[in-house]
Design a protein around this ligand. Structure first.
Ligand code: 2HA
Ligand code: ZN
Length: 279
């Protein structure tokens, strides 16, 4: 395969486009949010000649299953707004050591800096998702969409309630995230503890809410991961509108209708989310 300039590589272009799309959605005020992509071996080979390896730094957690893998990640304190404009200063590519305990920057953050403050959460989520999807999932995305955050002030912080309420607000939701959605209670961001809690939820879900903070989504590629974030936030927006118009819903999608939907799409929806509600 021909070697190429870093910024021309398709995976780098995909990363840039996703950051731009997230900014345009209004999900990334100031330095809010972060994005990471687990780079394929042939993609590493394609851009390797551009590398300038910096010194090893501790990750702050151990991800042994990700040893020696490469990731493209946003920088700590960097603005999504700038990813497409000042790419080399806003993102970096990192390499993990053979224990999965340290990383080093191999490209980017030209003006200095570190990878995202949520690196432990990103890497622990990657480690879980790589295992449970047999290596298929490569993208972890954290954003601050306003409507899903608003709901964490009025709904109980409970996986079943968030799943069911979001499923009800748009028929495509149970098709897009049939596994449901997890909820992490408020915690201090940026460390190992919140990373551990989030990665436990990622064993089962592709998407997890951080109460009063934002959303984490995981997926196979940029389109699917962005699309998941977008679908969840759109559904949250509809719920916020409904709750703003009147107390409760006049009508909604019923439990039997969810079962019909599952049948029509040849999937299954976990029964624990199809509980009977008190009217
Ligand atoms: O500023 O979103 O969670 C980046 C973040 C921290
Ligand atoms: Zn955040």
């Amino acid at each position: 395969m021909d070697r190429m300039k870093f910024l021309e590589a398709e995976f780098v272009q995909g990363f840039i486009r996703m950051a731009k799309d997230g900014w345009e959605q209004g999900w990334h005020e100031r330095n809010g949010g972060n994005l990471s992509y687990r780079v394929k071996e042939d993609e590493v080979a394609l851009v390797e000649e551009n590398f300038d390896r910096k010194e090893w730094q501790p990750i702050g957690t151990a991800v042994p299953k990700l040893a020696r893998q490469y990731f493209l990640v946003t920088g700590s304190g960097k603005f999504f707004r700038n990813v497409a404009i000042k790419t080399e200063d806003s993102i970096c590519m990192i390499e993990l050591d053979d224990k999965g305990e340290n990383y080093r920057i191999v490209w980017g953050l030209a003006g200095g800096g570190r990878p995202t403050s949520e690196l432990p959460s990103h890497l622990m989520n990657h480690e879980v998702k790589m295992r449970v999807t047999n290596g298929k999932y490569r993208v972890i995305y954290h954003a601050h969409p306003a409507n899903i955050i608003a709901l964490t002030f009025v709904l109980p912080l409970n996986d079943a309630v968030f799943t069911r309420e979001l499923w009800e607000m748009a028929t495509e939701c149970p098709v897009v995230f049939p596994g449901g959605i997890g909820v992490v209670p408020w915690m201090v961001p940026g460390g190992r503890e919140i990373a551990v809690e989030t990665s436990k939820l990622m064993e089962r879900y592709d998407v997890a809410v951080w109460a009063h903070h934002g959303l984490f989504a995981a997926g196979e590629d940029f389109d699917l991961t962005f699309g998941l974030m977008h679908t969840v936030e759109k559904s949250a927006e509809i719920l916020v509108k409904v709750l703003s118009m009147q107390q409760g819903k006049r009508q909604t999608i019923k439990v039997e209708e969810f079962r019909d939907l599952a049948k029509a799409f040849g999937g299954e929806l976990p029964e624990e989310f199809l509980y009977e509600k008190e009217e």
